[in-house]
Design a protein around this ligand. Sequence first.
Ligand SMILES: [Zn+2]
Length: 137
Amino acid sequence: METVMNRQLFLVEARIKTFKNWPFNDKNKCNVKNMAEAGFYSVATGDDDADAAKCFLCGKELDGWEANDDPWQEHKSHAAKCAFVQLGRKEDELLLSEYLSVIKQYMINEIKQVGELSKEHIDEKAKHVRRKYLSKK
Ligand SMILES: [Zn+2]
């Protein structure tokens, strides 16, 4: 399992690196840099979902991007409550205190996710044990 800190998706550079097969080039408004600056990282698993992207903070996943889409606008219209959207600026334009609050929220979300995954894992194990026990009766 990836740990909270080594993904560092609260850094725009880390998000940029996730876009390996992005369908648009730098001339398009919907380019990798603008995507990453608006909080998105790629969650593509292959050619079929090459444009699947997710917000590092609110977790909103979007695909079906078009060359002229403005990533900030799309983020805003699909996840208006996202704390990053509400700040509305890229990281290097944020105040340190604002940026720290973003990182804090990111870490809280990640830890919650890890917690949920572990819970699923434990539930699965419990089911297995229960089945084993019942089959012996
Ligand atoms: Zn968001």
